[in-house]
Ligand binder design. Structure first.
Ligand code: ZN
Length: 610
């Protein structure tokens, strides 16, 4: 895939066929307010009054709350939390545009196989769903009813069922013309070859859970029996499109949650029941121990993760150690305990979602939970084996990187053990020093990172409304630049942020390449009088048509540039007039000369504009 680029004209075609309002409306309920723009509750941050706006004429979105904004591609990247290429692919797919593929035989074959396998999986999901809502699906429906799963939730998760026959799916795929390539069918993992050479279905008489990747494509299935027979669950084997430990069940939905955290549970039914109860940020690891890949996935979509942990499970400390991998990926980890060894699904059915919500709020930082688990593990018949406990607790705390946190917990542990806190801390530090070298290095790196982050704040001059509108006009109509003669230069803009922005965007405007998304992009992280510059630009961009009319934009730009230049000269004139009074004779002469030149320029402007 390296070096593969989609031609500019195809991207333009995709943008042209992806009307922003209709794309946004698939995610956000929009209302048309005054003027031409739409408003809605921002999908990127939590809010009660709409500050998320979409301009159909400019084809940009902008949130005045969290300052995210841009074009349709940026919207998809933000809302699907994906990179540029997947966003393009998704929009192309929606618009029915076929993307060119790299001229590489191996890539072409691989991508064809991926598509074919995705098609088989999608068709299988449809088949299982049809089974579920048919008369033959009554066992599965009864099971779901018992678990209080609504029809709406069934659709949301695409649940289905496999019936008792041996080749229902196989025959269905044949009818759909997807069964010609036997090798491919076997690679899908959904079918197997019997001794007689015939193909038969892997899943029979099971409730079916489609496993979706983060972009919402069906990549595999899990199947559950309706009773207590074993195996309770079987899953698709690994296939060219499904690698175990690479996916998180439910992430395709949870990634859009505004909760700002993810909740990690064990099973499919937990994810589904919690989602139905309004806890829409739940994912499941699909039966594997936490993998490096999953930790990376979690870290990509959230900064903090809550782990639902079975408090009564055996071998807790070992299981907890597997959570360190999350910590290493920079995630804030807390642990939630579901009482009485219940799973979240069962707990919520018996106690309701408020009680579960309370458990979430009571979740303990990983370190606290490890200490609690150590205490439990070394408590036998109600008596704490204090030596074993302090040994384990010091080990746990010795692994903590933050010295302040270590000291804090040492104090608590000392209280618990009725020991001196210095003694406990010394023991913890002794265990640390026995650990492998290399830590020093990390600390140094951390220091470097933090110093670099705190750069001095830039000083900003104010901006005028004229120059803001001038830029948004230039960004909306490439016919404006050639008319401005001489065209605007960096010095026409106010010192500070406006000149920084002008330096970046004027060359683009001169090339006819400047548009609103680019303008907003270049303004990111610039502020004017404490306000994000992108806010001012987005506001102006969305209002300018009302203000100048569609026809008047060209004339408006000419006039704004003139006013901006005049205004700058007037302000300079004021500054000089002030300075002259206190200047020494030599300086005074120079200033007088400049004052004269400014007056002449202003005169000239007056005469040309009449
Ligand atoms: Zn927002």
């Amino acid at each position: 895939m390296a070096g593969f680029r989609i031609p500019e004209q195809v991207i333009e075609e995709i943008k042209a066929s992806s009307e922003l309002v209709s794309v946004v409306e698939q995610y956000v309920r929009l209302e048309k307010k005054t003027g031409q723009n739409f408003f809605g509750l921002c999908p990127f941050h939590s809010e009660d009054t709409p500050s998320f706006s979409v301009s159909p004429s400019k084809q940009i979105f902008y949130c005045f709350g969290c300052h995210k904004g841009g074009d349709v591609i940026r919207f998809i990247m933000e809302i699907e939390k994906c990179e540029y290429l997947p966003a393009i692919q998704l929009l192309a797919q929606r618009a029915g545009i076929t993307l060119p593929e790299p001229d590489d035989e191996a890539y072409r074959l691989r991508s064809e196989k991926t598509k074919a396998l995705q098609a088989i999986n999608l068709e299988a999901a449809r088949f299982y769903y049809q089974n579920l809502i048919s008369t033959a699906g009554r066992d599965a429906r009864a099971y779901l009813q018992k678990r209080q799963i609504s029809a709406q939730t069934v659709r949301r998760f695409g649940l289905g069922c496999a019936l008792a026959d041996w080749d229902g799916l196989y025959r269905h795929l044949q009818n759909k013309g997807l069964a010609d390539d036997v090798d491919l069918l076997l690679q899908s993992g959904l079918l197997r070859r019997g001794k007689s050479g015939n193909l038969y279905d892997l899943f029979r008489e099971r409730l079916m859970f489609p496993i979706l990747d983060v972009m919402g494509r069906v990549v595999a299935f899990g199947g559950r029996v309706y009773d207590d027979s074993v195996p309770k669950y079987i899953n698709s084997p690994e296939t060219p499109i499904y690698t175990k430990g690479r996916h998180l069940y439910g992430l395709n939905l949870a990634k859009s949650s505004k909760a700002g955290r993810l909740l990690m549970v064990e099973g499919y039914m937990d994810v589904i029941a919690l989602y139905q109860a309004g806890i829409d940020y739940t994912v499941a690891a699909l039966g594997t121990a936490m993998t490096e890949n999953q930790a990376r996935l979690l870290a990509k979509y959230s900064e903090s993760v809550i782990i639902a942990f079975d408090a009564d499970a055996a071998g807790q400390t070992a299981a907890l150690r597997s959570l360190d991998i999350l910590h290493q990926h920079g995630l804030k980890v807390t642990v939630l305990q579901v009482p009485e060894g219940k799973d979240p699904d069962e707990f919520i059915r018996n106690n309701g979602s408020e009680r579960f919500q309370a458990l979430i709020e009571q979740s303990l930082p990983l370190l606290d939970f490890k200490l609690l688990a150590a205490r439990r593990e070394h408590t036998h018949d109600g008596a704490l084996d204090i030596l074993a406990y302090q040994d384990e607790a010091c080990d746990v705390l010795g692994k903590e990187e933050n010295a302040i946190v270590r000291e804090l917990y040492a104090g608590r542990l000392a209280d618990e053990l009725s020991a001196m806190s210095e003694t406990v801390l010394r023991e913890i530090e002794r265990r640390r020093s026995q650990k492998k070298p290399g830590q020093q290095h990390d600390q140094l790196r951390q220091t470097l990172l933090t110093t670099r982050r705190s750069e001095p704040a830039e000083r900003h001059a104010p901006a005028t409304r004229d120059e803001i509108y001038l830029l948004t006009l230039l960004a909306s109509d490439s016919a404006i630049w050639p008319v401005l003669d001489p065209g605007p230069v960096v010095e026409d803009f106010s010192e500070g942020s406006m000149q920084t922005l002008a330096a970046a965007v004027l060359p683009l405007a001169a090339d006819g390449r400047l548009d609103m998304p680019l303008l907003l992009d270049q303004a990111q992280s610039l502020t004017v009088m404490g306000q994000p510059l992108a806010d001012l630009l987005a506001q102006a961009g969305m209002k300018q048509e009302e203000r100048f009319g569609q026809q008047g934009q060209l004339e408006a730009a000419v006039e704004l540039l003139k006013r901006q230049r005049r205004g700058k000269l007037m302000r300079r004139k004021d500054v000089i007039s002030q300075a002259i009074m206190t200047a020494d004779p030599v300086e005074r002469d120079r200033l007088k000369q400049e004052l004269l030149e400014i007056s002449q320029q202003l005169e000239k402007m007056k005469s040309t504009s009449q």
